[in-house]
Design a protein around this ligand. Structure first.
Ligand SMILES: *Cc1c(COP(=O)(O)O)cnc(C)c1O
Length: 446
């Protein structure tokens, strides 16, 4: 079904890639038996392979793309920046893109998070947030606060510090001997609701678990790190916003920092610009990446309260936050982010997404009634459902989707849609139909 003529350009690039490129998050031996898209270009929500075949990027290229590939407005901003200043170091120097982006983001939090520290990938932002929390407590005379708390099945990235607060066995088990173990507390995943329980009750139970830990250990705990509203890598596990309010209150009560990892859920993905807004809370530290550049360039950042920033402000150099990455505050990446934020304003994207999501919900109605699915759920621009299926389901679904011109990669038994915010009416209807047809393909192929 997926074999292409051996002389096709796709097949040629695929073979060369398998010979020299070590693909991420991939068992290379398994990849050798799987389809591999050899991409030539992107156009809006579509990816086009070397043979001209088109695929709808229904998961926004690993949750990063917001306004389509090769977006004219982001491209124009990057061309302009390319001619001015592609890169310069940010220690001892500054530039308009870094300043303007920090100002814009601080304003988007209503000033609650007044400082912005730049990095490159999501995982590096998580490392920074953990270090900032620990070091700021230390600077304030609480050097015993050196433990972290994370949530069951939470995901915060693949570097060693980030893996230490990640509870996804397939990513962390091999590295366990290298990691500093964090405390893992119950997940508020609404799918755990028992008979007569609602999502708020599950949230309450999860918060009680955190409270028990904090009551016992808070003198040693620096921070709690959470993924607000949706634990994406856990399989789009969604929870009630009440959980965020309870965690915020517990962190205040027990003097522990709250780190909100909005790397996946920020930038409008859950319906508000930041997921935390739906609970009416702000964290002490927030990580942002993925969609912030519109899916163009690796940029991550940590937003911090002025109080945390001020804990480092001192005559003593060693009390400063001496962390850096070579490409910290890269001007091109910051310009892509500013262009992305400008699109949010110019197109009233959050309101437009709400209207689009209602249309898409209607188009998905036949899929929602499918006999094989359970736990239908949505948060803003993330749709997910679970399938009663065997272990090979995710791979079969992904392959069947590609055969239909659809890029979708289920997580275990969870199929999810995380489309870019730019689907027209015809494409919306097509996506809904093909997601359903792919499900039947994947279940029949068993
Ligand atoms: C993707 C992700 C990360 C890691 O970001 P990378 O850019 O892949 O390092 C961290 N936290 C969450 C919630 C994510 O979804």
């Amino acid at each position: 079904m997926h074999d292409r003529a051996p002389d096709s350009r796709t097949a040629d690039w695929r073979a060369r890639s398998l010979r020299h490129v070590w693909h991420p998050c991939t068992q290379m031996k398994r990849q050798a038996a799987m389809p591999l898209l050899a991409l030539a270009r992107g156009e809006g929500p579509w990816l086009v392979d070397m043979d001209g075949r088109r695929y709808l990027d229904a998961i926004s290229s690993w949750w990063v793309n917001l306004f389509g590939h090769a977006n004219a407005r982001i491209n124009a901003a990057l061309h302009d920046q390319l001619a001015r200043l592609p890169h310069a170091m940010l220690a001892g120097c500054t530039h308009a893109p870094a300043v303007e982006l920090a100002e814009r983001l601080s304003a988007l939090t209503g000033g609650a998070l007044g400082h912005c520290f730049y990095a490159s990938d999501g995982a590096s932002a998580v490392e920074i947030a953990l270090k900032m929390s620990f070091h700021s407590w230390r600077n304030r005379g609480h050097a015993d606060k050196r433990e972290f708390v994370c949530v069951r099945h939470g995901y915060h990235g693949e570097t060693l510090g980030a893996l230490g607060v990640t509870d996804v066995a397939v990513f962390r088990d091999a590295y366990d001997p290298l990691l500093r173990q964090a405390h893992v507390v119950a997940s508020p995943d609404a799918r755990q609701a028992g008979p007569g329980e609602d999502a708020a009750a599950v949230a309450q139970r999860a918060a009680a678990d955190l409270q028990a830990l904090l009551a016992a250990r808070h003198r040693h705990i620096a921070a709690v790190i959470i993924e607000p509203l949706v634990q994406c890598a856990a399989g789009m596990a969604m929870h009630d916003p009440a959980y965020l309010r309870q965690v915020r209150a517990l962190c205040d009560r027990y003097q522990v920092h709250l780190i909100a990892d909005e790397i996946a859920v920020g930038c409008g993905r859950t319906g508000s610009f930041f997921a935390c807004e739906q609970a009416g809370i702000w964290p002490d530290l927030m990580t942002l990446s993925k969609g912030i550049t519109g899916g163009y360039l690796p940029l991550s950042l940590v937003l911090s309260t002025d109080a945390i920033h001020d804990a480092f402000y001192d005559d003593d150099v060693a009390r400063g936050f001496l962390h850096s990455h070579s490409y910290t505050g890269n001007p091109l990446a910051c310009r892509a982010a500013l262009a992305t934020l400008a699109i949010f304003d110019a197109d009233d994207v959050l309101a437009r997404n709400r209207a689009w999501a209602a249309q898409f919900d209607a188009a998905l109605a036949p899929l929602r009634r499918h006999r094989a699915i359970s736990h239908w759920r949505r948060a803003g621009m993330i749709w997910a459902f679970d399938v009663a299926a065997d272990a090979g389901f995710a791979q079969r679904y992904a392959a069947a989707a590609l055969a239909r011109g659809l890029l979708l990669r289920p997580i275990g038994a969870t199929v999810y849609l995380m489309p870019p915010y730019v689907l027209d009416e015809a494409t919306t209807a097509w996506l809904a139909r093909e997601t359903l047809a792919t499900l039947d393909d994947a279940l029949e192929a068993r």
